[in-house]
Every structure is written in structure tokens, then in C-alpha cells.
Design a protein. Structure first.
Length: 220
């Protein structure tokens, strides 16, 4: 009887091991996929009306023309996958889109590694990034100076592009509360822990239940 009891416990442990192996395989496979992350890490206004109402009397001119304000935004783009993104993988340049804004200027202010070859092209309300090789963990910062057309704060609304092996470029605004990849990984790990704990509880209950049953039989 005791041997049978341990066989049952061993079978449950084997099921748990298989489930864990499948999940680990899934997570490892997901890490090998291509991925590109674009994240807004800062945004500041030349005139901040929240500091003082007197700033409303200030005027800003650009090329002898009055403009509502000047916004400086910084965007980080990183290959956060495990596969390189080659120049030939791009169907078109990456597009950074802004909401109701005119672009004053844009430039790359930081590159890792320093030998990344990146060029930018400004359009009316977007910035085009040239096709370039990005190995895993390669990244760069783009600084965009813009003026909002409606007088409100201009914002980077999306980063778009068609890249082989990447369904969508992940876009996060770190200045806003969002659920990104970290939340997804946390959910998966939490579900895994919950599943293991649940199976362990079932195995324990079954073990002690059978133990009491077999003990009662021996007493009889």
C-alpha cells in the first residue's frame, strides 16, 4: 500500500515537472524572438504654466513667428530581443509620430554602441529613422524639439514600422502608467507559482488522505 501511495505522489510530481518544463521552454522560445522597443523617457516644456500663472504672459518666437510653446521629448529605441535586426529586414523606415505638432528639429543624442549608423529625416509632424543594423541590446536616444499646434503639450503618440519577424514595435510612454512586458512576465510567473502551489496542495491532501486510509486499514 505504501508503495502505491508513493507511486501516486511521484506521478503528480512528474506532471508538475512536465508543466514547468513546458512553461520554461515557452519563455525561452519567446526570448529568442525579434523585438524592438520604443520608449518615451522624458518630455519638458519651455514654458510651464503650472509653475506660475505669470508665464502665460511670456511669448516664444521661432524664425520671427510666434509659437505656443517648445516641447523637448526624448525617445529611447532598443533592440530588446535576442535576434539582430538587419538593414534588409526593414520594409520602410521607422516613423515617430507626434500629435498635432510641428517638428523644429531632431537629433540622435546617444548611441550604444557608438558606431551605430543612424540618420533622421524630419517631416511636418513626424521623424523618419533610417534603416540600420541593431544587434541585441543596441540602442539610441532621439531628441525631438517640437511646437504644439493647438497650444497644448505635444506628445509622441506612436512609433511605427514594418520589420521582418516583428509584428508590432512595442511603444511605451514611461511618463504614463502603462502595462508593458514586465507586467506580462510577472503575470506568467505568478500563474506558474500559483499552479505549482495548487498542485502541491492537492498532492499533499491526497497523500495524507491515503495515509490515514491505509493506516486505518492496517489497524483493522
Amino acid at each position: 500500500m505504501k508503495d502505491r501511495l508513493w507511486q501516486i505522489v511521484g506521478a503528480i510530481a512528474a506532471i508538475i515537472a512536465v508543466i514547468v518544463a513546458i512553461i520554461i521552454f515557452y519563455l525561452s522560445d519567446a526570448k529568442m524572438e525579434k523585438s524592438l522597443l520604443a520608449e518615451v523617457i522624458s518630455s519638458s516644456k519651455l514654458i510651464n504654466t503650472n509653475i506660475s500663472s505669470e508665464t502665460q504672459n511670456l511669448k516664444v518666437f521661432y524664425r520671427n513667428k510666434e509659437i505656443p510653446n517648445v516641447i523637448v521629448s526624448t525617445l529611447r529605441i532598443i533592440n530588446d530581443g535576442k535576434q539582430p535586426i538587419r538593414s534588409e529586414d526593414y520594409e520602410s523606415p521607422i516613423i515617430i509620430r507626434l500629435n498635432k505638432s510641428d517638428i523644429i528639429s531632431s537629433k540622435v543624442i546617444s548611441k550604444i554602441p557608438n558606431n551605430l549608423k543612424i540618420s533622421l529625416e524630419d517631416t511636418l509632424s513626424s521623424v523618419l529613422i533610417s534603416k540600420t543594423l541593431l544587434n541585441a541590446e543596441d540602442q539610441f536616444l532621439v531628441e525631438i524639439v517640437s511646437t504644439p499646434l493647438d497650444g497644448k503639450e505635444s506628445a509622441i503618440t506612436s512609433v511605427e514600422g514594418r520589420i521582418v519577424g516583428i509584428k508590432n514595435i512595442t511603444f511605451n510612454d514611461s511618463l504614463k502608467k502603462q502595462e508593458g512586458k514586465g507586467f506580462e512576465w510577472f503575470s506568467i510567473i505568478s500563474a506558474l507559482i500559483g499552479l505549482i502551489a495548487g498542485l502541491y496542495s492537492v498532492a499533499s491532501l491526497l497523500y495524507f488522505s491515503l495515509k490515514r486510509k491505509f493506516t486505518g486499514i492496517r489497524k483493522l
